[in-house]
Write a protein that binds this ligand. Structure first.
Ligand code: PEP
Ligand code: MN
Length: 453
């Protein structure tokens, strides 16, 4: 079935603001309702960031991933920041994702669906509403779309003008990514465009070069036979973010002339975070009415009895490509927590795309106060995820990672065996620790080894 022409049924009792009748967790307390209404009104007039055509094309590709014909690579920063909306940060992140996808295409022998955690990943859930330092209590930093990270009353005040700024920075990011891709940056004939300078001395460089050369040889061989192949000069890239701040998402929820229903046109592929996935909560209410493909993070405390009604609420018609479940259990919990969920979904015959996030269940703090993740735990969870799906007769159809193209030292371990002491060298994340370039590539190689036995 082609979802571009898929049937559409209106969603009963829903409108873009119906979430406001439910409990909305993780929202900032704006001081002035009129100021907020002014900003959301302005946002609602601004052009969208993506189109319904692209959204439906992605849904179709996700349906193919559900059938095992594609593998999803979803990755990017834990949180984007306005300050990092720069040429090198954006292009380096794209380079890492392109290199990983090259490794995956080469090894898995199937198309890779590339989805960035970018062009809108500006809102963060927090474990507490306030933060206290030296006897002073201020609102927690909730991401650049809400407030500033500096510990001052001025910076931490939730500022509705930031909604407009987040839209603008998303558009700038999107514009640059689209221009790079359309301009030939993602041409498979020129993987050297994606090289990152500091990688030359990497222990992984020679294995990567071998793959690149293998792909180059195959391309030249096919083109000798068939002439230039257009599809290899550009790749598709889609965007995603946690649709946490519902005032922002509502203002970018639109109807379009060519397709029925409502689309969230701030991103192709929004997801619901683990902390806001309650069945009767505002986020599930908002998500149930939009036509985008959607994802939900599933943590170790979720039971089959909780998951099945969530699937029913978000995908009552069992539409292909509509629902992705991203499990983020932790290396120590996945063997116990995941199998009952896989069994229940399989037993009920529900169509979902299963994706592993091996990052968020493996966060820990070091004695010197850094939030970090061990590469071995990340690798261990991913390793187990493949085995658990194989044993359950289900399919792991993708990965969801926090990574950056910058030479950071935020996660420990990996090919260079970064230690606790190394974290001091280049720890830049304001939120969760990200895989650096080398650790990301190593993980891509691991995925290939696991899936090809
Ligand atoms: C995240 O993806 O940054 C995040 C907060 O994840 P989770 O909702 O799975 O904890
Ligand atoms: Mn995170």
């Amino acid at each position: 079935m082609n979802s571009l022409s898929s049937t559409f049924s209106p969603v009963a009792g829903w409108n873009p603001g119906s979430w406001q009748q439910r409990v909305a967790l993780q929202q900032p307390q704006y001081e002035d309702a009129a100021e907020l209404a002014e900003a959301t009104g302005q946002l609602a007039q601004l052009p969208p960031l993506v189109t319904s055509w692209e959204v439906l094309a992605l849904k179709q590709s996700l349906a193919e991933a559900q059938e095992g014909q594609r593998f999803l690579l979803q990755g990017g920063d834990c949180a984007e920041s306005f300050a990092d909306c720069t040429s090198p940060v954006i292009s380096n992140r794209l380079k890492v994702l392109l290199q990983m996808s090259l490794v995956l295409v080469h090894g898995l022998r199937k198309p890779v669906l590339r989805v960035g955690r970018f062009a809108g990943q500006y809102a963060k859930p927090r474990s507490t509403d306030t933060e206290t330092r030296g006897g002073v209590t201020l609102p927690s930093f909730r991401g650049d779309v809400v407030n500033g990270p500096e510990f001052t009353a001025e910076a931490r005040r939730p500022d509705p003008q930031r909604l407009i700024q987040a839209h603008a920075h998303s558009a700038l990011t999107m514009n640059f990514v689209r221009a790079l891709i359309d301009g030939g940056f993602a041409d498979l004939h020129h993987p050297e465009y994606w090289d990152l300078a500091w990688v030359e001395h990497s222990p992984l460089a020679s294995e990567y070069r071998r793959m690149v050369n293998g792909i180059g040889d195959s391309l030249r061989f096919m083109e000798t036979l068939a002439g230039p192949i257009a599809g290899f000069t550009r790749v598709d890239f889609f965007t995603s973010h946690e649709a946490l701040l519902l005032h922002y998402e509502e203002a970018l929820t639109r109807q379009v002339p060519r397709h029925k229903g409502w689309f969230n046109l701030s991103t192709h592929f929004p997801w619901i975070g683990m902390r806001t996935a309650a069945l009767d909560g505002a986020h599930v209410e908002y998500f149930r009415g939009i036509r985008n493909p959607v994802a939900v993070k599933v943590g170790p405390s979720v039971t089959a009895e909780q998951l099945l009604p969530l699937i029913e609420a978000l995908n009552p018609d069992d539409e292909p490509g509509r629902l992705t479940l991203i499990h983020r259990m932790g290396n120590a919990q996945i063997a116990k927590s995941l199998p009952p969920l896989l069994d229940a979904v399989k037993r009920e015959g529900r169509r979902v795309l299963w994706v592993a996030d091996p990052m968020h269940g493996n966060t820990e703090s070091t004695s010197n106060g850094y939030k970090t993740r061990r590469f071995d735990s990340i690798r261990g969870e991913l390793d187990q995820a493949f085995d658990i799906h194989a044993a359950a007769g289900t399919r792991l159809g993708g990965v969801h990672l926090e990574l950056t193209g910058e030479d950071v030292t935020e996660c420990m371990g990996g090919a260079r065996d970064l230690s606790e002491a190394d974290l001091d060298r280049a720890y830049k994340s304001m939120v969760d620790p990200r895989l650096n370039y080398e650790q990301s590539l190593e993980l891509a190689m691991l995925i290939v080894r696991k899936s090809t036995g």
